[in-house]
Design a protein around this ligand. Structure first.
Ligand code: HEM
Length: 399
């Protein structure tokens, strides 16, 4: 149904229900797939809420991701700005620069490569769960499992030597700590960058079988660019997977019928459940930011060169035109085609790895703790509605 649209809307990040997209998005999507929106700096850009329109924008090379041109839709600053100027940070580069770097990595992030890592991921998950069992209930699932799992996998991927893992984790912890100030994060970013530069030197001297050594071997990137790529992999692959593991577990614990369906055959049902949790939760909270680099007509609107566009993945992934009964969590539905990993040239390069981490992580957790439950009232679980990536700050659980 199409209603007459009023003036530009203002995006709220408030979620009346912790598992549903921010307020108003569903209503706005009903009114149309794209609409004018007031940005934090006072200029009027666009908000995309419909699935097809979201795909169209993300697939269109006339929309760019250059940090200098992006404007925050809400809040005073873009957290991404902390990474401005880091060479090799290709998430915020447009083709052909983006293509030059990304194509050197794609071969290392295939499904086959992710599957090869599966036994090691299973082992890491098992060891973390041993620690959790030993600690005894209650524990914070984020601290003991959801965050260290992707963190250790990234160490493995980048070939961070065992002795240096602690220093790496200390630096990335500050960077990812939600209570860190901008100054602390800035300091951690430069600390981690220094760590990465040293790591690249180490790999030049003693190559291994890891992403950094492989990038060094291509001889196509500078040392700084390789360190920047490594930095991006840490930033992009850490909090995202961690939040999916923790928020996904919270979601399952609050949907007992769905949890029971997954528990019936966790390993076989995990792949579909992971896709559905990805769709249902679509954790990139604000959405993906783009700037039009030319005039582009979309769904009857003309987006002018220079205007900002925010693509709300959480609204698109609940579009009833694409997913029947979209607000119902159904871990057995075919949810593929969701946009939670993005779409187009920037579509998540780590998606197969993230999938394996989740397909291993959820069943391992559920099988180890058949009585897993929240250790606090659900209302007491603090959600990250103030962060770029949605999730939970802590998830106290018992069993
Ligand atoms: C559940 C976990 C994850 C989610 C929800 C997620 C989501 C996303 C999304 C939506 C994008 C597109 C951003 C855009 O178009 O502006 C993206 C890009 C990216 N992701 Fe992921 N991601 C996850 C896990 C990972 C992992 C495990 C890694 C690597 C180890 C990773 C590395 C990257 C990189 C490097 C990019 C930039 C790609 C480019 O610009 O070409 N992600 N991710």
């Amino acid at each position: 149904m199409t209603h007459a649209m009023s003036g530009p809307v203002t995006l709220s990040l408030d979620r009346p229900n912790p598992f549903d997209p921010p307020r108003d998005l569903a209503r706005w999507r009903e009114e149309g797939p794209i609409r004018p929106m007031l940005y934090a700096d006072g200029h009027v850009g666009w908000l995309v809420t419909g699935y097809e329109a979201a795909r169209a924008v993300l697939a269109d090379p006339r929309f760019g991701t250059d940090l200098d041109r992006l404007h925050p839709p809400v809040g005073g600053r873009l957290t991404q700005r902390l990474f401005a100027g880091i060479p090799g940070f290709f998430l915020h580069q447009d083709p052909p620069e983006h293509t030059r770097i990304r194509r050197l990595l794609t071969g290392q992030f295939t499904l086959r490569r992710a599957k090869e890592l599966e036994p090691r991921i299973r082992q890491i998950a098992g060891e973390l769960l041993d620690g959790m069992e030993k600690a005894g209930p209650p524990v914070d699932l984020v601290e003991v499992f959801a965050l260290p799992l992707p963190s250790l996998v990234i160490c493995e991927l980048l070939g961070v030597p065992t002795g240096a893992q602690e220093s790496f984790q200390r630096q990335s912890e500050v960077m990812l700590d939600l209570d860190s100030t901008s100054d602390q994060v800035r300091e951690a970013v430069s600390g981690l960058m220094a760590f990465m530069l040293e790591l690249v030197d180490g790999k030049r001297a003693r190559p291994g079988e890891d992403v950094i050594s492989n990038l060094v071997a291509t001889k196509q990137l500078t040392k700084e660019e390789i360190a920047g790529v490594a930095m991006l992999l840490v930033v992009a692959g850490h909090e995202t997977t961690a939040n999916m593991l923790a928020l996904g577990t919270f979601t399952l614990l609050r949907n007992p019928a769905q949890l029971a369906a997954l528990r019936e055959d966790p390993v076989r049902r995990a792949p579909a459940a992971v896709e559905e949790l990805m769709r249902y939760l679509s954790i990139i909270h604000i959405g993906l930011l783009r700037t039009a680099m030319a005039d582009v007509p979309i769904e009857g609107h003309m987006i002018r060169a220079g205007e900002s566009v925010t693509v709300s993945l959480s609204a698109a992934d609940r579009d009833p035109a694409r997913f029947p009964d979209p607000d119902a969590l159904d871990v057995t539905r075919p949810a593929t085609g969701h946009l939670a990993f993005g779409h187009g040239v920037h579509q998540c390069i780590g998606q197969q790895l993230a999938r394996v981490e989740m397909r291993v992580g959820y069943p391992a957790l559920l099988e180890r703790f058949p009585g897993l439950r929240l250790a606090v009232e659900p209302e007491q679980v603090a959600t990250r509605s103030d962060m770029a990536i949605y999730g939970v700050h802590r998830l106290p659980v018992a069993w």
